[in-house]
Design a protein around this ligand. Structure first.
Ligand SMILES: Nc1ncnc2c1ncn2[C@@H]1O[C@H](COP(=O)(O)OP(=O)(O)OP(=O)(O)O)[C@@H](O)[C@H]1O
Ligand SMILES: [Mg+2]
Length: 389
């Protein structure tokens, strides 16, 4: 399954988003333009659908309440709305369309409630259309979506399962290395750190071996002194670890555990693992961080190749011209975030005339798109800082 279209209303710094999505979709824009916020709309749906204690109320609460989610520029129509189309491939017509509107109780605790929840089938016929009679009789029901209720979503359970498997990867090497010192929660659904190793540990031995051996090949090129990559559990604590054979000036190579890997090595392993991991939606935050530009250039073609075997849809936020340097990247595969007074606008790169003509002239997306997202007064930055005191 793939998400072929998304519509957002009043979601964080967007008043309105209405775009088609590709199987490999890059998201570019200046700092604070909403790349992570856009990815968060899909994490939000995942959190609602999460069978392990998810749900609408929790998903909103985890984000600090509806007032944090609702766009500050929202005026007349303060509902937050999210709608997605789901298809077998982004080029097929939608099999399902799922949409919710969220508002607040008008009195009492002013808890978030659904203003609607709708599911349409492939013929465009509504199979769920809430509020229904039962909701009108008992308004409490509108505090929960059918997405999170197994006994109400038989007819579209595939959507719930698909959304619940969404992965968000923003690997922070320090969190992975020193997970024991950070007494934080282990977030398996959002691997910032140790949660990533837990995921690796929970994978069947056969898949784990096969993925690690493919990762090993890439790592050997990017970090030639590392050879074998393996998984082990600590004999005493039972904690999961990755290890690699590292050749050094001593005559024999020695094993290193992940706390000795470099930032780039850890992030590259996380990236490679996640693109092979499953066929669900993957949200990747700035995979270029800590990596040499030569390696970054290889990531997009790698995604393309892995996708041709295992069709995982991947949405990728980035600031990197190198990540977009591959000539195979199409103008429809890049979303450009354009901040404005009324919230950020999201456009497909090929729909921006100046970008389209440059792409047609043979420039790469990296050469054309990233300069378009550069802040207008960037050249004044140094001056402004020096004059600031
Ligand atoms: N409810 C809201 N209404 C309006 N703006 C919001 C809302 N919630 C968050 N924002 C704004 O969104 C911006 C952050 O967006 P986000 O983190 O998605 O940016 P980004 O493009 O990922 O940036 P970076 O490249 O720095 O990671 C902040 O400026 C924040 O004030
Ligand atoms: Mg961000």
């Amino acid at each position: 399954m793939k998400i072929s279209h998304v519509t957002l209303k009043n979601w964080r710094n967007f008043t309105r988003v209405d775009v088609e999505l590709q199987e490999r979709q890059f998201i570019v824009g200046p700092n604070a333009s909403g790349k992570s916020n856009l990815l968060d709309a899909f994490r939000f749906l995942r959190d609602i659908a999460n069978p392990r204690g998810g749900g609408l109320q929790k998903a909103i609460e985890d984000r600090g309440g509806l007032s944090k989610i609702r766009c500050l520029s929202a005026r007349r129509d303060p509902k937050v709305e999210i709608a997605i189309s789901i298809a077998d491939s982004v080029h097929d017509s939608a099999k399902w369309r799922y949409g919710i509107g969220i508002t607040q109780e008008t009195r009492g605790h002013r808890q978030p409630v659904l203003s609607y929840e709708k599911v349409w089938d492939s013929a465009g016929e509504p199979i769920i259309d809430r509020p229904d009679n039962a909701d009108r009789e008992d308004k409490e029901r509108l505090k929960q979506t059918f997405l999170e209720q197994t006994n109400s979503n038989q007819r579209f359970r595939d959507i719930a399962h698909y959304l619940a498997k969404t992965t968000y990867l923003h690997l922070v090497p320090q969190l992975l290395r020193y997970a024991d010192s950070f007494q934080g929660r282990l977030l398996k659904d959002d691997p910032f750190g140790q949660g990533f190793l837990v995921k690796v540990a929970e994978t069947s031995t056969k898949s784990r071996k096969s993925r690690l051996s493919r990762i090993e090949k890439v790592i050997q090129t990017a970090v030639p002194k590392l050879s074998q990559i393996d998984f082990e559990r600590d004999g005493i604590t039972g904690r999961p670890h990755l290890k690699a054979l590292c050749s050094h000036w001593r005559p024999h190579a020695g094993w290193q555990r992940e706390d000795q890997f470099s930032d780039g090595t850890l992030r590259l392993i996380g990236f490679l693992w996640s693109i092979m991991e499953s066929d669900s939606l993957l949200l990747l935050e700035e995979p270029e961080l800590s990596l040499h530009t030569g390696v970054v250039r290889l990531l997009s073609p790698l995604i393309y190749r892995v996708q041709s075997q295992r069709k995982r849809q991947i949405l990728i936020s980035t600031h990197s011209p190198e990540l977009l340097s591959d000539g195979g990247i199409d103008g429809s595969e890049v979303l450009v975030l354009l901040p404005g007074n009324e919230g950020t606008e999201v456009k497909v790169a090929k729909d921006i005339a100046a970008i389209r003509s440059s792409l047609e002239a043979g420039f790469s997306a990296g050469e054309v798109v990233i300069p378009q997202t550069r802040p207008k007064d960037i050249n004044q930055l140094g001056l402004a800082f020096m004059n600031g005191g």
